[in-house]
Design a protein. Structure first.
Ligand code: 4AD
Ligand code: MG
Length: 476
């Protein structure tokens, strides 16, 4: 019976005949194969009867080779595992030249593994990260599906700039060397594939809103693209975003939803991926040991996840946050790169992390930001200068969620569009929502990779997505 290692370790019985297929991690003493098939973190030990096995075959059992084993489940003689498989038949399905195979059974640097991203998922750490990522994605769908939300696939190619930040990748079928020109000598996008300028989406929110205003509660979960030249450990040019949108929901309800949702997916994933997260926890602790004492985290990875699950997020207005930052010693001693001196300043990640890690020491929801530093679609407050925005800030990550109550008043939204010089004709359909059956509604966007970063204890966003897209890098 062909069986996965995960199933074998869970349900395998002594004396059972099994067939395993996987990749050799190590082969010791011409006798013990540590076999991994990716179904779980654990390897299974396969014991080869080397006295009755062809020399030439033994030589082909090398790290990285794909093998098929038929054998019997027996009690393990060695320590570290309860059972092992006594091989009766062994076949090398795909050889792996040990002189050339990059992933050797030793510690490789994360940089080296990034250069070998097609093979890095065969290591314990990346196997664990990618299984955790998959489980988080499942938990996200499960949460929304069980709570009456409909999954909506918003377009990847679009004509609008949802965030109004101008950080878009152009999509075109024109000949770059010889594009058609208008009479005034500009590129004539009327002759392009879609008859207009188009780009890859930066967010599915605007289209998501149209569906929320019909189906009530929706969510998107798809790739988004940003041509922002931020070469940081928190930014990708291609990342996955989850964007729920809910009709008749105000900002306070939006915060409740975001908090409940995050706690649920963390709890589900911690329970489901216990072994992987325990492995990553150990990895996290080993990394911490390389840091000076005063920079080490007071909690280990599992404690950090549990802390988020069991504690209320602290809700703080932007104005309160600015007061805290302005008066903190860190600011007074000029230790921030960007000093906070007045209301209206945009918060940098150093400020967000100060609030979360030093001041409150728990996840924080900042709300009611100055209108000037937020996107055009956010609901203007009665004070005329702040909007009903909310950002959720996480320890070690900074901003993990950005959201808001949406401006539902036609006149106010139109004025904003005009003031910002956004082309009204690109957003006619979005404005229509405010003309036909408008209502209070809210939503947010969760950056999926930032959630995976938090859950795995990794520190660079390039290590939690299979093939990172960053400035100057689109290998694979
Ligand atoms: O704050 P952002 O830009 O908000 C929006 O796009 C809204 N349309 C969301 C909404 O209200 N429906 O992005 C949302 C989240 C951020 O909080 C962050 O977690 C993540 O997306 N994010 C990125 N993640 C990785 N790389 C980048 N370059 C990211 N930019 C944003
Ligand atoms: Mg944001």
């Amino acid at each position: 019976m062909y069986i996965s290692i995960k199933k074998l370790l869970k349900e395998g019985k002594l004396a059972q005949e099994v067939t395993l297929k996987g990749w050799v991690r190590t082969f010791r003493s011409n006798r013990f194969i540590a076999l991994n098939d990716g179904s779980c973190l654990e390897n299974v030990q396969v014991v080869v009867d080397f006295e009755h096995t062809d020399e030439a075959l033994l030589r082909r059992i090398t790290t990285g080779a794909a093998v098929e084993v038929e054998g019997t489940v027996v009690e393990s003689q060695g320590k570290g595992q309860a059972i092992e498989v006594q091989a009766a038949k062994l076949k090398v399905l795909g050889d792996s030249n040990p002189e050339e195979y990059p992933i050797q059974p030793k510690k490789h640097s994360l940089e080296f593994l990034r250069e070998n991203a097609h093979l890095r998922v065969r290591t314990n750490a990346f196997g664990a990260i990618m299984r955790v990522r998959s489980t988080l994605a499942y938990a996200i769908h499960k949460y929304f599906q069980e709570n009456g939300f409909f999954y909506v696939n918003t377009p990847i190619i679009t004509g609008s700039d949802a965030e109004g930040a101008g950080e878009m990748f152009r999509v075109t079928a024109l000949d770059a060397k010889n594009p058609p020109l208008t009479e005034t000598g500009e590129v004539d996008f009327k002759k392009d594939f879609f008859g207009r300028e188009t780009n890859l989406t930066v967010s599915g929110q605007l289209e998501g809103e149209t569906f929320a205003m019909a189906l009530g509660k929706i969510y998107t979960f798809g790739p988004t693209f940003r041509a922002e030249n931020s070469n940081t450990s928190r930014h990708l040019a291609e990342f996955w975003m989850i964007e729920p949108e809910v009709a008749f929901l105000d900002l306070a309800g939006n915060m409740d939803l975001a908090e409940d949702f995050i706690k649920y997916v963390l709890k589900y994933t911690l329970e489901t991926c216990r072994a992987d997260i325990e492995f990553l926890n150990q990895r996290f602790l080993d990394e911490e040991k390389t840091k000076p004492q005063n920079e080490r985290s007071t909690m280990n990875l599992i404690e950090k996840i549990e802390f988020v699950i069991h504690n209320n997020f602290k809700r703080v207005s932007y104005t309160e946050a600015i007061d805290i930052l302005k008066n903190c010693n860190h600011n007074k001693k000029k230790k921030f790169q960007y000093l906070i001196d007045e209301w209206g300043a945009d918060l940098q990640s150093e400020h967000e992390r100060y609030l979360v890690e030093k001041h409150f020491q728990c996840p924080v929801i900042l709300f009611d930001y100055p209108a000037k530093i937020k996107a055009f679609y956010m609901r203007l407050n009665e004070d005329g200068k702040t909007v009903r925005a909310m950002d959720i800030l996480f320890p070690g990550i900074g901003e993990i969620v950005g959201g808001s109550q949406r401006e539902e008043r036609y006149d106010v939204l139109l004025q904003k569009v005009h003031d910002l010089g956004i082309k009204e004709e690109d957003l006619w359909w979005y404005l229509d929502l405010r003309r036909f059956g408008t209502a209070v509604h809210s939503g947010f966007g969760l950056g999926f990779e930032r959630l995976v970063l938090f859950t795995t204890g990794m520190t660079n966003i390039r290590d939690v997505i299979p093939y990172p897209r960053t400035p100057q890098n689109a290998e694979f």
